[in-house]
Ligand binder design. Structure first.
Ligand code: ADP
Length: 394
């Protein structure tokens, strides 16, 4: 069966077409600048990359072009080959704890939850509607970023604020990157051949979150009510004292939204280094003895270590720590420093193996008390797997 995984943003649409018999990627690509001048698509197939500028008025246009191209390029012979479409959905609030077949009710909920993910949920709905228009009755599945974290207990997901904020306004920790953390947990299950392990999954990319997992279930996670919380990220601050917000509002004559925008867009690595949000640039600057870049990296590492330490205690010890996403999969010095800071927990890694990038590797030495792995994440595959399972078990 062939399944398409879709990740629709406000002006982009990424796709991956899988042959699920062997979980092979047949084709992938992205439609960019949808509804904006200069729109284009990139389609990868058979080791080739096809790029073309083309007018794309909206997501429906993008999906039409995508399906036409899949046939024109002989990637599929007919649309009937597509057994299902899986959509990455960002926010399912506390209603969705699992992936679901997309019905009118799901679409309505996404629209109703738009306040909780104003950039993402409307874009997700556009993606769903565009495929519905193009493929009619083909089964579609929604895979929520928030779903995996629904197993958290109240004392983990509630903030110590007036209870009414939770009851009446939905103020609570939702957590994000759930599909990635779930993929990491299922990969560890495959590696260890069992599921009764305690895992700390470190998804550290441009955005980043840490997740404490016990027996395949999320116990706690670092992102919160929004993806601004938790560890320091490329441009996001992560956790800060909220009183900073009114103080800076007064100092800079800004309103609350503007200061929150600064916390989202010009903080984190970018804010402290005053140079870049990209860890590669930061490491290069450090080679040139740049003090702010060095400080940014140190703070970044410290935030990750803080969360790992916290979750080590919460879980009552840990069997496995995993690194994934851009920094986790590729940044050799960041992994090394995080693991060095965890030496007191008995973490030991092989520095030779740590030089590898972007591949599955066991970093921990035989005498390490905790297994340490790098596992490249694959949210698209997780979405395709959920889609196939739900379609087959309907
Ligand atoms: P996103 O959260 O946008 O999906 P990614 O997971 O792709 O982000 O991570 C992007 C980040 O990964 C970049 O900003 C960069 O800091 C980091 N990164 C990617 N490759 C490397 C590398 N070779 N060395 C260090 N950092 C890297």
């Amino acid at each position: 069966m062939k399944i398409i995984s879709i990740n629709a943003g406000s002006s982009s649409l990424k796709f991956t077409l899988f042959e699920m018999d062997n979980e092979e990627v047949i084709s992938s690509g992205v439609f960019e600048r949808i509804g904006i001048e200069g729109s284009k698509y990139t389609i990868k197939y058979n080791g080739e990359k096809i790029e073309q500028e083309i007018e794309l008025k909206d997501h429906t246009d993008a999906v039409k072009v995508l399906l036409e191209k899949l046939i024109d390029l002989n990637i599929i012979k007919s649309l009937d080959e597509i057994g299902g479409v899986g959509h990455r959905l960002v926010h399912g609030k506390d209603k969705y704890s699992k992936s679901v077949i997309i019905t009118d009710e799901v679409i309505e909920d996404l629209e109703n939850f738009r306040k909780f993910a104003p950039l993402h949920n409307p874009a997700n709905v556009l993606g769903i509607k565009a495929f519905k228009e193009a493929l009619g009755d083909v089964a579609m599945v929604g895979v929520f970023d928030t779903a995996f974290h629904q197993t958290m207990e109240k004392e983990a997901y509630l903030y110590p604020v007036p209870y009414k904020w939770y009851e009446e306004y939905g103020v609570r920790k939702y957590g994000f990157h759930g599909t990635s953390h779930r993929y990491i947990a299922s990969s560890v299950k495959q590696i260890l051949g069992r599921e009764d392990f305690k895992l700390i999954s470190c998804h550290i990319g441009n955005g980043g979150s840490i997740c404490a997992i016990d027996n395949m279930k999320c116990v706690d996670t670092s992102m919160g009510f929004t993806p601004l919380a938790g560890i320091m990220m490329g441009t996001r601050s992560g956790d800060i004292d909220p009183s900073i917000i009114p103080y800076v509002m007064e100092k800079e004559g800004k309103n609350a939204s503007e200061v929150v925008e600064d916390l989202n867009k010009v903080s984190g690595l970018l804010g402290l280094s005053e140079y870049s949000s990209d860890m590669r640039d930061i490491l290069e600057k450090i080679d040139n003895q740049d003090e702010k870049a060095l400080l940014a990296k140190k703070k970044y590492v410290r935030r990750v270590v803080d969360y790992i330490a916290q979750y080590y205690v919460l879980l009552g010890g840990v069997d496995v720590i995993c690194f994934t996403a851009g920094v986790g999969e590729n940044s050799v010095p960041v992994r090394k420093e995080i693991c060095e800071a965890l030496a007191c927990l008995g973490v030991k890694i092989d520095l030779e193996l740590n030089n590898k990038r972007g591949e599955l590797v066991k970093l921990s030495t035989d005498d390490s008390k905790i297994l340490v792995y790098v596992i490249p994440t694959d949210e698209e595959l997780m979405i395709a797997r959920d889609t196939m399972n739900l379609i087959q078990n309907r």
